[in-house]
Ligand binder design. Structure first.
Ligand SMILES: Cc1cc2nc3c(=O)[nH]c(=O)nc-3n(C[C@H](O)[C@H](O)[C@H](O)COP(=O)(O)OP(=O)(O)OC[C@H]3O[C@@H](n4cnc5c(N)ncnc54)[C@H](O)[C@@H]3O)c2cc1C
Length: 461
């Protein structure tokens, strides 16, 4: 294709873009990638990875406390926030370099600049003003924190981006939001010793998750000292002498050292020149794509958070890989977005896959529910008052397990494996044939015998 400078131009070197670029180059395509911030994208630089490192740090506080019940005498532990952040930054820099090297080794040309579409086949590198003629373009620009409606003092509220770089650990923090990022940061700051207030406008945290799970997690987080305020919003943030006063919708005021908003994320589509290129959008601000991630402009594709489908790293990676196989590998591949296992790294942890009880009841004529709640064995000598929660949602007609919801230590690790069974269409009877691994928490998944609930929808006359 002599007309084009490159076969593929990838806008955004995050989870989806990096995978797509590498695989496309492996298929023989000439690939260029532009990245305006740091290679690796949200997940590596200011998402999953640094978040999980902070979660690990926060969990040590429980470990120090619990060790006493197991005979250990631990001196008063001292936590150093700056040291944690410096160590975390070093690890993120190492990963960024690894991603950059992987691109270079694959023969991908990396441009450290913002890129925008000038016309349907031309990308402009804003840093240099150079233009590149492209046979195909992949938009993988991800998403950015949405700070909510304009309220007085909104400029004082940080997002998750800044939370990773605070100079000091705030003694008191208010987090507005009820999604997984808000809940995870509430657990992080609580574990590290901050006084945490979580403010959420809805009736309970983690909208969209199973109702029993939400209630269980709310109770557990509350027991850990997190103040969860539902049904309210922050109306204003006002600096005081050395802190901030957040006014809530009921007129009450919460005085804190930091205010963080984690109210959702919006796809990065503004100012990219997409409209002029003939790219259409969905009702939820994402780029509209078909099952092959192709936009309304036939040679422009989009993957990852910018499409606002399932906003998770492994999904973005899978979509990027499938795109490259489809367009450059001669292997058309659609990504299956059903039954994506996912975790919330709250304290305690959450792992889920499939339908909630409410969703199953809305979709299936017969639903059986199995559930249990118990104190994990490790907590006995530790003397910690916390309970794990397991729930299986089963299709009452086929006996297939259509949902699994776990709260408790290692829930994320467990649900990854449950995901295999669910994808293989395992039935409840299949789980029952599996011998328990004893003593574990996961054995509950194969020893749940009694139906807790059984729904039967009457057939219409
Ligand atoms: C705090 C937090 C925690 C998270 N935790 C998890 C988790 O535990 N597990 C999980 O699966 N997911 C998690 N996620 C979500 C995950 O990070 C995203 O789903 C994933 O990064 C999406 O990948 P992507 O390729 O679509 O976009 P991104 O990884 O966001 O990459 C997009 C890239 O494009 C660049 N860019 C944007 N516009 C331009 C432009 N015009 N020119 C050049 N470059 C541009 C951006 O700088 C960015 O590097 C988390 C997200 C956040 C914010």
């Amino acid at each position: 294709m002599a007309d084009y400078d490159v076969d593929l131009f990838v806008v955004g070197a995050g989870s989806g873009g990096v995978r797509a670029a590498r695989i496309a180059a492996g298929h023989g395509a000439r690939v260029m990638v532009a990245e305006e911030y740091r290679v690796g994208g949200t997940c590596v630089i200011r998402g999953c990875v640094p978040k999980k490192l902070l979660v690990y740090a926060a969990r040590y506080s429980d470990d120090f406390e619990d060790a006493a019940g197991y005979g250990w005498a631990v001196e008063e532990p001292v936590f150093d926030w700056r040291k944690l952040i410096a160590n975390k930054d070093r690890e993120i820099a190492r990963l960024e370099l690894a991603y950059t090297t992987a691109l270079e080794r694959a023969g991908v040309e990396l441009v450290k600049s913002r890129a925008v579409l000038e016309d349907p086949h031309t990308v402009r590198i804003t840093g240099t003003g150079n233009t590149v003629r492209c046979r195909y373009i992949l938009i993988s620009t991800g998403a950015a924190p949405w700070q909510g409606p304009e309220i007085p003092g909104i400029e004082h509220a940080i997002s998750s981006n800044e939370a990773f770089h605070l100079e000091e650990l705030p003694k008191r923090i208010l987090i507005q939001g009820g999604g997984y990022i808000a809940v995870e940061f509430a657990g992080i700051f609580n574990g590290l010793g901050s006084e945490v207030t979580l403010v959420y406008r809805g009736e309970n945290i983690l909208r969209g998750f199973d109702d029993d799970l939400r209630a269980h997690l709310n109770a557990e987080m509350t027991m850990r000292g997190i103040r969860i305020v539902c049904g309210k919003t922050v109306h204003a943030v006002r600096p005081t002498q050395d802190a901030f006063a957040a006014t809530l919708s009921d007129g009450s005021t919460v005085e804190v050292d930091k205010v963080m908003f984690a109210m959702g994320r919006w796809p990065n589509v503004v100012g990219l020149g997409l409209e002029a290129a003939g790219v259409h959008f969905t009702h939820n601000r994402g780029i509209a794509v078909d099952p092959m991630s192709r936009t309304s402009a036939p040679h422009i594709y989009a993957v990852g958070d910018v499409t606002n489908r399932v906003n998770l790293t492994p999904v973005a990676i899978r979509e990027g890989h499938a795109f490259a196989d489809t367009v450059f590998g001669g292997k058309p591949t659609a990504v299956d977005h059903a039954n994506v296992p996912t975790a919330v790294f709250s304290e305690p942890e959450v792992g889920v896959i499939g339908l909630t009880e409410a969703q199953a009841c809305a979709q299936l004529p017969k639903v059986d529910i199995y559930k249990t709640s118990f104190r994990p064995m490790k907590m006995s000598l530790a003397g910690r008052d916390t309970r794990a929660f397991f729930k299986l949602v089963v299709d009452g007609e086929t006996d297939r397990v259509v949902g699994c919801h776990i709260v408790g230590p290692d829930a994320a690790e467990m649900v990854q494996l449950v995901g295999i069974a669910v994808k293989m269409k395992a039935t409840k009877a299949d789980l029952d044939t599996v011998m328990a691994v004893h003593p574990t928490a996961a054995e509950e998944l194969v020893t749940l015998r009694e139906k807790a609930l059984s729904y039967r929808r009457e057939a219409a006359e």
